[in-house]
Design a protein around this ligand. Structure first.
Ligand code: HEC
Ligand code: HEC
Ligand code: HEC
Ligand code: HEC
Ligand code: HEC
Length: 321
């Protein structure tokens, strides 16, 4: 009995130690593994330079892990824009995940170990706000293409006085956050309001427009499952499938089309997608009531009829004998 208790205590201690070591891992291992990139490697070490920054990163990582989307201003007051914070924000962004490393935007020499050598060729032109459409557009071509026909871009390019958003105004350079429908109204109204006089109807309409994208997503998944069910029953769903495909294409293009910042055009496109899904649903429903499969006898009916025929044929045979 005493021995058992003793081993229980030992197991307990081992367990606690294990738990502690597991809990401690994320704090040091959260940074992405980046071989052959001195920028990230050195800047990572500039990381926890203050308690506030460490807390900020902990909160962000916890949010990320539990799927809470954080607004771009959320918690940001907790840290000033320091060299360390750029790495911290970047390290948990999709850019870090997809190897969009520092030098891709800043230039410099990612193989050099010394700061002096690595920083040689750092470009301040690339990261200048007004040039971010070109810098970001190297990889985000379709967004850039649409953005070029927006009033935002025209204003930015004209160099006229007054505010105009560039890519990093809405996404931020290092966190590259994507505003959600619920964050849109607050954010856009920084510029679009009655005081500036820049179309104050935009924030509400923009929220509505992005909400309708959620509706399109819901309708697509509904239509998809209706079609799958109908198909399993042997229905002909060719027409419905092609309409569903059109809706999916529209959804796929939503992020780029958005950057034209023409809400009327955007809404029209999304509504077209929603109509396509409704059409697909209708076509699937009609394929169920078409005379071909449903009105034809089911398996039971076929069995019954075959039984009748068999009996009849047997009867004839008997008579003819
Ligand atoms: C050996 C460490 C080290 C390496 C390697 C390094 N940096 Fe830095 N970097 C720093 C430090 C430290 C600062 C803070 C600047 C200061 O306090 O002078 C800094 C500052 C910066 C800045 C702010 C602007 C400036 O000129 O001060 C940028 C941008 C930057 N680094 C980008 C990069 C890029 C891109 C790379 C890779 C090509 C890189 N760094 C490699 C240590 C490094
Ligand atoms: C997707 C492009 C992109 C990537 C990747 C990127 N940055 Fe930046 N960075 C920018 C832009 C754009 C700015 C200017 C931000 C602004 O004006 O608000 C900037 C600003 C900075 C600054 C402030 C510089 C100054 O002169 O004020 C530092 C420091 C910095 N970045 C470091 C880094 C480090 C370190 C990495 C990698 C861990 C990195 N950046 C990755 C685009 C990028
Ligand atoms: C070297 C290529 C490259 C550059 C330059 C680049 N990006 Fe990205 N970006 C990517 C990749 C790859 C992804 C992840 C895959 C995807 O979403 O397409 C991504 C994702 C994004 C996302 C989606 C983030 C998310 O969480 O869904 C945004 C927003 C974004 N980038 C904005 C920017 C902005 C703003 C700039 C310029 C400051 C920029 N990108 C520069 C390659 C790049
Ligand atoms: C006025 C604000 C604003 C500006 C300026 C802006 N974006 Fe966006 N961007 C958004 C919003 C909002 C979304 C999300 C749209 C949606 O939900 O469909 C988005 C979506 C994206 C995405 C797709 C993210 C995903 O989830 O697939 C990328 C990539 C992107 N933007 C890159 C850029 C680039 C590059 C620029 C500059 C050429 C830019 N954005 C300019 C607000 C902006
Ligand atoms: C930094 C300021 C700024 C921010 C932030 C901003 N805008 Fe704008 N927006 C402008 C300016 C300036 C114009 C051009 C107005 C003009 O030329 O009359 C404009 C024009 C527009 C237009 C065309 C105007 C119209 O009457 O059709 C739309 C749509 C638009 N913005 C949407 C958005 C959305 C959506 C957001 C938020 C994701 C946003 N804007 C955020 C400054 C901004």
């Amino acid at each position: 009995m005493r021995l058992k208790n003793g081993s229980r205590i030992i197991i307990g201690i081992v367990f606690v130690l294990l738990a502690i070591s597991i809990l401690q891992v994320p704090a040091t291992a959260a940074a992405p593994n980046l071989p052959n990139n001195s920028c990230a490697d050195c800047h990572r070490k500039l990381l926890f330079s203050s308690e506030a920054q460490r807390q900020f990163i902990d909160i962000r990582i916890k949010h990320l892990e539990s799927g809470i989307s954080c607004s771009i201003v959320c918690h940001e007051d907790k840290l000033n824009k320091s060299t360390a914070s750029t790495y911290a924000m970047w390290s948990i962004s999709s850019h870090a995940l997809f190897d969009v490393t520092c030098e891709k935007c800043h230039g410099g020499n990612k193989s050099a170990v010394l700061k002096k050598d690595a920083h040689e060729g750092l470009s301040s032109i690339n990261i200048a706000r007004a040039n971010t459409p070109e810098t970001c557009g190297k990889c985000h071509e379709s967004e850039l293409e649409e953005f070029k026909s927006s009033q935002h871009f025209k204003k930015l390019e004209s160099g006229q006085e007054g505010p105009s958003p560039a890519c990093i105004t809405c996404h931020q350079a290092h966190s590259v956050k994507v505003l959600t429908a619920s964050e849109i109204e607050d954010f856009c109204s920084n510029c679009h309001n009655h005081i500036t006089g820049i179309n104050p109807a935009v924030p509400k309409n923009a929220e509505k427009a992005l909400d309708s994208v959620n509706e399109l997503e819901v309708e697509i998944s509904k239509a998809r499952s209706t079609i799958i069910t109908a198909k399993a029953k042997g229905k002909d769903v060719t027409m419905a499938e092609s309409d569903l495909e059109s809706a999916k294409t529209i959804l796929k293009n939503v992020p780029s089309v958005w950057h034209r910042f023409n809400l009327t055009y955007f809404e029209t496109e999304v509504q077209k997608g929603i109509e396509n899904t409704r059409k697909a649903e209708k076509e699937t429903a009609e394929s169920q009531t078409t005379p071909l499969p449903t009105k034809a006898p089911g398996f039971d009916g076929i069995l019954l009829i075959s039984a009748f025929i068999a009996t009849y044929l047997l009867g004839i045979r008997r008579i003819s004998r």
